[in-house]
Design a protein around this ligand. Structure first.
Ligand code: SAH
Length: 213
């Protein structure tokens, strides 16, 4: 698949629609305006890639809806060179959005098939996360902690303690919490012991699953 003018046109429309839906983070919008989302999907979905919808990516998983990607990115409030941990690499689209913001991305996926496919895709496209790891996101990545930001892209029944512990003071954890639907939740670490919690609207994610390996 190629990236054509037609794709760019559709991408611009999608980016404009996210602004209309209330996304204010210009860098996140610019990333969505730039990244060829159709290349992250199987060719059968090429014509749909610039709709503001989630689509299947295999292994019963989905690429997040662009609005959700923009919203989570906005909540993370990253700056260039920040260290960010992403839980749920999936298609790699959210990873690419973070890389576009010049952050150092560490990403974990627990579905082996998706992990392998997306790792190869990153190499082919020249996307360079610092680490692409096959493993259980509930545990985070203690060997690389602490992080300026942690972004969970699957619905967590509860907030994993390991992720709270791996946040820098001043860092943010953005996590959808809940079973059937999730409340988008942001924890700002104010000090070693103090977290400020803020809740945003309701979303629907595939579940964050405990390690099955
Ligand atoms: N960021 C992805 C979203 C994929 S959906 C994208 O933009 O495409 C959520 C992903 O989280 C799925 O790929 C799923 O396999 C993965 N996942 C679920 N539980 C996990 C866990 N415990 N650790 C790591 N990844 C997990």
């Amino acid at each position: 698949m190629k990236d054509t003018l037609k794709h760019k046109g559709m991408r611009n429309k999608l980016a404009d629609s996210l602004v209309a839906k209330g996304i204010t983070d210009k860098k996140a919008i610019n990333a969505i305006r730039t990244i060829p989302r159709h290349l992250f999907l199987d060719s059968g979905f090429e014509d749909h890639a610039y709709q503001d919808k989630a689509f299947p990516i295999g292994a019963e998983q989905t690429i997040s809806q662009p609005y959700t990607v923009a919203f989570q990115t906005q909540l993370l409030e990253v700056a260039p060179n920040h260290k960010v941990l992403e839980i749920g690499t999936g298609s790699g689209y959210q990873t690419a959005v973070l890389l576009h913001l010049n952050v150092k991305v560490y990403t974990i996926e627990r579905q082996l098939q998706l992990f392998k496919k997306t790792k190869r895709f990153f190499e082919k496209m020249g996307y360079r996360p610092k680490k692409t790891v096959f493993g259980d996101g509930y545990k985070g990545m203690p060997e690389e902690a602490p992080f300026d930001g942690i972004l969970v892209t699957a619905g967590a029944p509860q907030v994993p303690k390991a992720l709270m512990a791996q946040l820098k003071v001043g860092g943010r954890l953005v996590i959808p919490v809940g079973e059937d639907d999730q409340i988008m939740t942001c924890y700002l670490r104010k000090s070693e012991k103090e977290f400020e919690k803020k809740e945003f609207g309701s979303f629907r994610f595939v579940p964050l699953l405990e390690d099955k390996n």
